[in-house]
Design a protein around this ligand. Structure first.
Ligand code: CTP
Ligand code: MG
Length: 378
């Protein structure tokens, strides 16, 4: 079943307030839109994702989606219905389409599975949840109780056969609808209900941001790095991004900065993304003599792209000479600059090995690093 998705993000979020529409607001360091997008993307059944955004929101959307979320961006309309229609016009051919509100940041995979299996038999399928509170008609005064047993609240994503969604939109003559399922049903199609999920609740009012944030857990990961380079002829070494005069240099394909190499590996370790050799193979001539700054910046960007934040890094340089201490402050500032971290989140230490081992024999320099990275996850 070839399945594409339309993510509607063209609303103004008037009920949620704030200076930007709710879908562009970050919760736990990631925009509501990006979270909805990632949840769709994560499902293997989903092919193309079309995102309908409001006129003039190109920059907001690009910033909220970041560089790694390929989407067909289309201009939505003045109503949700028009935004879905704009998305539909940009959809590639397929069997099934999921229409999802960008204002719903969390989408459990189990809901997807239930939708897709319902769509094997139905024209459309929607997630619904029972209503927990007592329901009444009311103005200023309390009116009649409405029996809640037969009532459900309807969520998205809503799934339809592509031809069904097109026909439902073309045939609609009623007042402005709040979702697509009501149009499909009005057009005579059979729309199944499947069990929804409270995590799918839409951000509508200002207080909903805090509720959504409350669903996230702070996950802390640490990564360890270790590197060694041997001394060779020369008159300086690179250590922690700083050029230090010395009786020897360090041999290596790049500038052989052991401290930055260990730190790069620590960052990669914290996000489980291989090691420095996998990202910058020594066999690749473009890294010959390369400044290790680039390796570290690359790892920093990978951490950010994974949704992580670098909390702290700590490096230990192990050698008899050159003396590290006189340069430690400079290294600390340089690393802080490269990682865009304040000094109190960067630590540089040094030790000798009391004359023992290869560092003790002054054959080379070793470095160890540890990085702490946190992210907010479901
Ligand atoms: N939506 C849209 N185009 C519109 C109106 C709404 O794409 N013209 C999208 C919203 O961005 C949201 C979803 O439809 O992802 C559900 O709509 P709603 O919760 O009503 O969002 P807003 O219309 O943005 O909010 P409000 O009604 O409070 O202004
Ligand atoms: Mg609205």
């Amino acid at each position: 079943m070839l399945c594409h998705a339309i993510l509607v993000a063209a609303g103004s979020g008037s009920r949620a307030g704030g200076s930007v529409p709710k879908q562009y607001v970050e919760i736990g360091g990631k925009s509501v839109l990006a979270r909805a997008y990632d949840a769709l993307r994560a499902h293997p059944a989903v092919g193309e994702i079309v995102v309908a955004i409001g006129k003039g929101q190109e920059e907001l959307a690009a910033r909220a989606l970041g560089a790694d979320r390929p989407a067909r961006i289309v201009e939505g309309g003045a109503t949700r219905r028009e935004s879905v229609a704009a998305g539909m016009a940009a959809l590639p051919d397929g069997d099934v389409v999921l229409v999802h509100d960008a204002a719903r940041p969390f989408l459990p995979a189990s809901v997807f599975d239930r939708l897709l299996s319902a769509l094997a038999q139905a024209d459309g399928a929607v997630p619904v949840l029972p209503v927990a509170d007592t329901l009444v008609t009311a103005g200023d005064a309390l009116g009649e109780v409405v029996d809640r047993d037969g009532l459900r609240r309807v969520q998205t994503p809503q799934g339809f056969r592509l031809a069904v969604l097109r026909a439902a939109h073309e045939g609609w003559t009623g007042p402005e609808p709040t979702d697509d399922a009501q149009m499909a049903r009005a057009a005579g199609f059979n729309v199944f209900t499947i069990a929804g999920d409270p995590r799918l609740d839409k951000i509508t009012a200002p207080a909903d941001f805090a509720l959504a944030e409350g669903r996230l857990n702070r996950i802390t990961r640490t990564g360890l790095g270790y590197d060694v380079h041997a001394f060779a002829e020369g008159d300086h070494v690179w250590m922690g991004g700083v050029k230090v005069p010395h009786s020897h240099s360090l041999a290596g394909h790049s500038d052989a900065d052991v401290a930055l190499h260990a730190l790069t590996d620590a960052l990669l370790g914290a996000i489980g993304d291989g090691d420095i050799g996998a990202h910058f193979p020594p066999s690749d001539p473009q890294w010959k003599g390369a400044s290790s700054d680039r390796f570290l910046i690359h790892a920093r960007d990978l951490v950010r792209r994974s949704g992580g934040r670098i909390d702290h890094v700590d490096v230990t340089i192990i050698c008899e000479a050159p003396k590290v201490r006189p340069h430690a402050d400079a290294m600390r500032s340089r690393i802080g600059e490269l990682l865009e971290l304040p000094l109190n989140r960067v630590s540089i230490k040094a030790t000798t090995t009391e004359g023992l081992g290869f560092t003790g024999r002054r054959e080379g320099i070793a470095a160890q690093a540890i990085a702490t990275v946190s992210s907010w996850e479901e």
